[in-house]
Write a protein that binds this ligand. Structure first.
Ligand code: FEO
Length: 171
């Protein structure tokens, strides 16, 4: 099994973007940890683990099809946020960009007649639907909560329960 130069370059770009996501979500976890909002922090720590899993899954696939990667520098993540809701808005905007970039990879795989990569990417596009939905739902909850701090702590408790479980078929 081989991979075209063009497809390899695009996948390498995606791996860099997943590593950027790890850094972005660790930055967000830190933002919450400094205010002792451990549940919100947990949400982003789990998110960072998921992103690392995405990067590793793509890394493994790239090598399975005979490709390789040279890791280059990763841009600094956004580090300033205006509110809790703003953190989730930044997250949603970022995930929408990721969805677009996975869609572009799928288009390229078809153009290249690369059906293996096309099949590989299906898992990621389904994952994006879930990620966008989860974050949109939290933004709606935060809008309802407004300035009600006890409701905010209830959401914090809910987010504390999130755990990272790699899919059973994960390589
Ligand atoms: Fe790796 Fe959040 O997509």
């Amino acid at each position: 099994m081989g991979i075209s130069q063009k497809m390899q370059e695009a996948l390498v770009g995606q791996i860099h973007s997943e590593i950027y996501s790890v850094n972005q979500y660790l930055t967000m976890a830190s933002y919450f940890l400094k205010d002792d909002l451990n549940g919100f922090a947990n949400f982003f720590l789990v998110q960072a683990q998921e992103e690392n899993f995405h990067a590793m899954k793509q890394f493994q696939y790239l090598h399975d099809v005979g490709g390789s990667i040279q890791i280059s520098s990763i841009p600094a993540p956004i580090g300033e946020f205006t509110s809790i809701k703003n953190v989730f808005e930044v997250t949603l905007a970022h995930e929408k960009k990721v969805t677009q970039s996975i869609s572009n990879l799928i288009k390229l795989a078809l153009e290249e007649n690369d059906f293996a990569t096309h099949a590989f990417l299906q898992w990621f596009i389904t994952e994006q639907v879930e990620e966008e939905a989860v974050v949109s739902n939290i933004i709606k909850k935060l809008e309802m909560i407004g300035n009600n701090s006890s409701a905010l702590y209830l959401l914090n408790d809910e987010l504390a329960k999130r755990t990272f479980t790699p899919p059973p078929t994960a390589k």
